[in-house]
Design a protein around this ligand. Sequence first.
Ligand code: PLP
Length: 427
Amino acid sequence: AAHTIARDEAVFSLIHEERERQERGLELIASENFTSPQVMEAAGSVLTNKYAEGLPGKRYYGGCEVVDQVEQLAIDRLKDLFGAVWANVQPHSGAQANAAVMLACLQPGDTILGFDLSHGGHLTHGSPVNYSGKLYRPVFYGVEKETGLIDWDKVEEIAIKEQPKMIICGASAYSRDWDYERLRDIADEVGALLLADISHPAGLIAKGLLNDPIPHCHIVTTTTHKTLRGPRGGVIMMGEDFENPWGLKTPKGELRMMSALLDSGVFPGTQGGPLEHIIAAKAVAFGEALSDEYMHYTLQLVKNAHAMAEAFVAKGYNLVSGGTDNHLMLIDLRNKNITGKQAENALVKADITVNKNMVPFDDKSPFVTSGIRVGTPAITTRGLKEGDMARVVDLIDRVLMNHEDEGVLQQVRAEVNSWMKDFPLYR
Ligand code: PLP
């Protein structure tokens, strides 16, 4: 009787259509990637049926013997991957991970200092349209107009003036590395907690290709689906289980270790039952990320980003900060007479996917924007190498320089589709 309901062709034909779209296109959205078949297998497993509020060994539901082991594997592998001493793998997303941390560590009205959204920061770092900007008092640092870089002395000045309870570093569209050591000095100077949200470059940090926040930041959050190449989700980590020198209390008024506070920020603070199927998929992805093969992947990903940045510069494109240290670049299109929105729309017609993005000191709205953000995580998974990047940039340039010429868009699309046939994804 459980199987008499007809197969849902409406939904599965759409899933098929999406798979075809992913197969035929050039995927350059910096926050996207292609998970392995075994990550998807775990995400689509019977574990979706299980309630498991609580933590491994301390659940509010029976029958958790198996999911306890799954979740413990995810925790242990994540700690291993980043050299963390404590982790919570339950946040449903990056936004949820940040919400749990803020709920655990802040009181409504507390000042938080984050990276300006319009300079590359994330909504959850204090934007007025997000809970973080509504519940707390957000202040921001940004990049310098001339260099496109964050000036750490300026961050210190703002911190001293504003006396934040929390400083948040990390971004969605910053192509340079972070000085976590310097930021920790600033945080100590003003008595703030330092949160690093490494959602974007997490995979590169795990493999030692960028500065390591774990020894310097009190708390580290990340999404699991970007460079890390896992299922959509979030996690929270610490490099040391602090005995709560800030005197932060649980909702019951107890003074606890930071790990206990953060656990309670996730559940019961901001979530109910954890998604154990997704946690299983996270465990699989962390296992993959511990492999030599993934090390090669991250090295290739960075090589590809560098080659792509050089190719853009060679064609006269303005990259914010002039280049990249990581997996992405932000392109300021103002000298090319095309908006971010026009660029995104024209590229989609050629089966090239990017997102429009504000550039620092943008004079256009977030719906129009003056830039696009481009990244190499997905095409590197697909198998493209640094020698292919000039061709990718050439295809993009042809679209942008002829964005109103449907004939050119169709030509580029045909070329993209036939090229991508050489890099099959899931067949
Ligand atoms: N933090 C940063 C820096 C991000 O770039 C993102 C995603 O874009 C998030 C948090 C939010 O992650 P999610 O979309 O999983 O909520």
